[in-house]
Design a protein around this ligand. Sequence first.
Ligand code: ZN
Length: 79
Amino acid sequence: MFRLSNDFNQIDASLSKRYLILMEKIALRSDITLPRTIKISYCKNCKRLYKGNSRVRITGKMLKISCISCGDIRRILLD
Ligand SMILES: [Zn+2]
């Protein structure tokens, strides 16, 4: 499902967004936690993939990803 969204991102951003929302809904309904790698690869605020749409900065043990389209900043603790 995520790969599908990833593929569509190159073609149509809005379609990719729809797939991400759908993927979240399915995960919620079936009680699955999405893998971390998937979780950190898209913006939770505007549902856009970070690929080519973000600024990543590493400060100490923190990974800061800022979304260019909505300005949302996510902090991820590196282990
Ligand atoms: Zn965003």
